[in-house]
Design a protein around this ligand. Structure first.
Ligand code: HSE
Length: 445
């Protein structure tokens, strides 16, 4: 059959909020271009949303609007269900039911796939349907496609990404304006950049969902969000951003996954990044992902990680893929997680204590003889090598006549368990006057 003679593929949306309306609008606006690529039309013929009146004003008369998502799943004419509800509760149930009903699924729901991906992908493989999730990681950036297809010649060695726009906006504002976290968070909420409940963003959970998915696709391992180390940005002080800058670094919340001889690193935490790296200059709510492959070297993907049409761009790319492959033999399709399901590896995720990285330390110390010697003595005894030391004059830090100062130390690489031991010993010194700040440092060379 010639592609142009195929009837349009039928899509049902579950939820028509910011992303759903973007999908609807972009599909309408770019209908001709999209059809030329897909080889057939892509039509949204049904929408489920609890607010049916609002949904009807968005999609017009030609689209059937219902309140019950299960009516979409039960409709035999629907080929693809697009899940835009979010969360792990009802969304999981509906996705599994859609798969069971033989529908392909497109979702932007990273939380759902990070926590229940193994179950969902297995169900889809059994049923011979596709579950596509380009929009789940870094919004409009085609990073899933790149990992799954564009980089398939490579042994991927590491990925490091700014994959949460809210926290990158907050960190950019803290640096630009010299403000503290709480002040900027309030501003971000007022401007609508941060959610009313920003917990998943600021605590690093959203980034961990996304990096867990990328890790699975990079290394051919199951999605292991439950094993990720997660640390958010709530403890960062404006002074650390300032000191990092003086040392030639910016602080970014990175999602990192790396293959080492001992296992896979999977971690989200604030990181010092050399200011000269392109990724250090990704500002505001933008996202960027670096991927290092043995053949290609280091690559960088940049763009909007959220928003109505950027996310719709990713959702529609998945719809086009499915429209092209709908009639293909299921065994010939690109595997959900890049590697064939029977070729997955069980390489373990390393405990954080075994991770090797370098560190920024800030110690509030009494400005008296011998303090620096004691601190560096502890590091030397544990064979932790110092890369740089910065000490401000006490007056500059604590005001005129102050008897305390900040001591900043950058270390070379060492294993995290050793650094934890050094921190415990330094913290116990009577001349160390406040909890020590420790931020990991990534050269990303
Ligand atoms: N809340 C996310 C962010 C967008 O701030 O990047 C959706 O993943």
């Amino acid at each position: 059959m010639k592609p142009a003679t195929l009837k349009p593929i039928q899509v049902g949306l579950l939820g028509i909020g910011t992303v759903g309306s973007g999908v609807f609008n972009v599909l309408q606006r770019n209908h001709g271009e999209i059809m030329r690529r897909a080889g057939r039309g892509i039509e949204i013929s049904m929408v489920a949303d609890l607010d049916t009146a609002r949904a009807k004003t968005m999609v017009g008369q030609d689209v059937q609007v219902v309140a019950d998502a299960r009516a979409v799943i039960a409709n035999p004419d629907i080929d693809i269900v697009v899940e835009l509800i979010g969360g792990y509760g009802i969304a999981r149930q509906l996705v599994l039911e859609a798969i069971e009903a033989g529908k392909h699924v497109v979702t932007a729901n990273k939380a759902l796939l990070a926590v229940h991906g193994t179950e969902i992908f297995a169900a889809a493989s059994r049923k011979g349907v596709m579950v596509a999730f380009e929009a789940a990681v870094a919004g409009g950036i085609p990073i899933i496609k790149s990992l799954r297809e564009g980089l398939s010649a490579n042994r991927i060695e590491w990925i490091a990404g700014i994959i949460n726009g809210t926290t990158n906006f907050i960190l950019s504002e803290m640096r630009d304006k010299g403000l503290d976290f709480d002040v900027v968070l309030e501003e971000a909420q007022r401007l609508g950049y941060a959610e009313a409940d920003p917990t998943f963003d600021i605590e690093g959970v959203d980034a961990a969902h996304k990096v867990s998915l990328m890790s699975a696709m990079a290394f051919g391992v199951p999605v292991q969000f439950d094993k990720a180390y997660i640390e958010g940005i709530t403890q960062l002080g404006a002074q650390d951003i300032k000191y990092a800058e003086q040392l030639g670094y910016r602080i970014k919340l990175l999602g990192i996954t790396k293959k080492t001889a001992k296992g896979i690193e999977l971690r989200v935490h604030p990181s010092l990044v050399p200011a000269k790296r392109l990724i250090a200059n990704v500002e505001g709510a933008m996202n960027a992902v670096m991927v290092h492959g043995d053949a290609v070297g280091t690559t960088l993907y940049y763009g909007k990680g959220a928003g109505s049409e950027p996310t719709a761009s990713a959702v529609i790319a998945d719809l086009v893929d499915i429209a092209r492959l709908h009639t293909a033999d299921a065994a010939q399709r690109v595997p959900h997680l890049a590697f064939q399901p029977d070729s997955m590896s069980d390489t373990p995720v390393l405990p954080m204590g075994d991770v090797v990285t370098s560190y920024y330390l800030r110690l509030k110390v009494a400005d008296e003889a011998g303090v620096l010697a004691k601190v560096t003595g502890i590091l030397a005894a544990l064979d932790i090598s110092i890369d740089a030391v910065l000490q401000r004059e006490a007056d500059e830090v604590g005001g005129e006549g102050s008897t305390q100062t900040d001591l900043i130390i950058l270390t070379h690489d060492c294993v995290e368990a050793k650094m934890n031991e050094a921190l415990a010993q330094m913290q116990a010194l009577p001349t160390v006057l406040a909890p020590i700040t420790r931020i990991r440092k990534e050269e990303l060379a």
